[in-house]
Design a protein around this ligand. Structure first.
Ligand SMILES: NC(=O)c1ccc[n+]([C@@H]2O[C@H](COP(=O)([O-])OP(=O)(O)OC[C@H]3O[C@@H](n4cnc5c(N)ncnc54)[C@H](OP(=O)(O)O)[C@@H]3O)[C@@H](O)[C@H]2O)c1
Length: 346
């Protein structure tokens, strides 16, 4: 059974100094847990902005934003409020991402500047290329929707997009740059050809989808892995579910550890992620949920036996399949993820 927490009491607050950090290749430290801000169809921008303030009150300092989440103009005032509360900008870690329809010449720079205006910031701590394809789609469309101009991954085009990321870094508008939704064949080419190598890579990571090879590649190459959907995205919309999907928070290994710790299984997923070495960015607008996560992160570590047991429940169960980014008819979502070990041809 999940623990009961008192609202707004000092008991809810975790000292940010106690929250683990990871060191990036620049030498800068990043909090080893952040709060996600993608409300999907379920939560509106006001609710999410309120959660950002609430999470800062209880000790979160890292927020994962993106222009496509459609709420940066609400999160901006929330961040200003956090600074007014006495938390300095330097204590915060704010990530944003350029969306797929802004990969063209000048557009990455313009999109970053728009995010800065919306978020009311002078700089971003991390800016990511959200997806490696310039393929876009309307909000809320089903998995059969396709961009008529969609293309496969074209490395030369991606590197032109990346040059704009490097420019943002050189101009100091962003302190770090990174990739997201990459595969091993794609990221190795980017690392080979980039003047400024990615400092971080955001990828789907949860107990049933551990991506061990890509995870190890990132760690070995000093690219900090940031794990999205760390709980297995239990509230994702129906259109993003397939019959084969498994449920991390119902896994007996996770449930048993949750019972020992007297927390919700969601909290175990996030604790495992921090302890494994990725930076989870769980989403929640509910104070008892995000408090419970942070408090458990700073409590006794999981045992070696528990860590080994969770390592053993990987089911290679990708949840965010990305169907809408496919570029021609009769493909399956697997084509987006280079399962044959090389970049899927056009
Ligand atoms: N780079 C990318 O392409 C990408 C893709 C996807 C996501 N992301 C980022 O990753 C973040 C998180 O991913 P996500 O929202 O897909 O999934 P998630 O964090 O795995 O799951 C979030 C859901 O888990 C439940 N939950 C959270 N804390 C809980 C707790 N303590 N106890 C019980 N249940 C709890 C909540 O459900 P209820 O609301 O129903 O209570 C919440 O909506 C996003 O917000 C976004 O910032 C990035």
């Amino acid at each position: 059974m999940a623990e009961t927490l008192t609202f707004n009491s000092d008991r809810d607050i975790v000292d940010p100094a106690d929250v683990p950090k990871r060191r990036l290749s620049t030498g800068t430290e990043i909090p080893a847990i952040g709060l996600g801000t993608f409300g999907s169809d379920k939560y509106g921008p006001q609710e999410i902005a309120a959660a950002v303030v609430g999470a800062a009150e209880v000790g979160y300092r890292h927020f994962d934003c993106a222009s496509v989440y459609g709420n940066e103009d609400f999160i901006g005032p929330a961040l200003s409020k956090i600074v007014e509360m006495g938390i300095s900008r330097e204590e915060l870690w704010i990530t944003s991402k350029v969306w797929n329809d802004k990969h063209g010449p000048g557009q990455v720079i313009e999109s970053a500047k728009q995010s800065l205006r919306d978020l009311k910031l002078e700089y971003l701590d991390l800016y990511l290329v959200h997806w490696p394809f310039p393929n876009s789609h309307g909000k809320g469309v089903d998995v059969h929707s396709r961009d008529p101009h969609a293309t496969s991954y074209i490395h030369e085009a991606y590197m032109r997009t990346w040059e704009q990321m490097e420019q943002l870094y050189n101009e100091g508008l962003v302190k770090h740059i990174g990739t997201s939704n990459m595969t091993l064949p794609k990221i190795t080419r980017v690392v080979r050809d980039a003047r400024i190598k990615p400092h971080a890579n955001e990828l789907e990571l949860h107990p049933h989808f551990q991506q061990p090879e890509l995870f190890s590649y990132c760690v070995d190459n000093n690219i900090v892995p940031i794990g999205y959907s760390p709980i297995g995205s239990p509230s994702r919309p129906e259109r993003d579910r397939t019959p084969d999907d498994t449920v991390d928070i119902e896994d007996p290994v996770i449930v048993q550890i949750a019972e020992r710790l007297d927390v919700h299984p969601a909290v175990v997923c996030v604790k495992w992620a921090v302890q494994r070495g990725q930076i989870p960015i769980p989403f929640s607008v509910k104070r008892p949920q995000y408090v419970s996560i942070l408090k458990t992160i700073v409590s006794e570590p999981l045992t070696d036996t528990e860590m080994a047991a969770i390592a053993g429940i990987d089911k290679n169960n990708r949840l965010i399949k990305g169907h809408v980014f496919l570029w021609k008819e009769n493909q399956t979502w697997h084509d987006l993820w280079d399962l044959n070990g090389d970049i899927t041809p056009a």
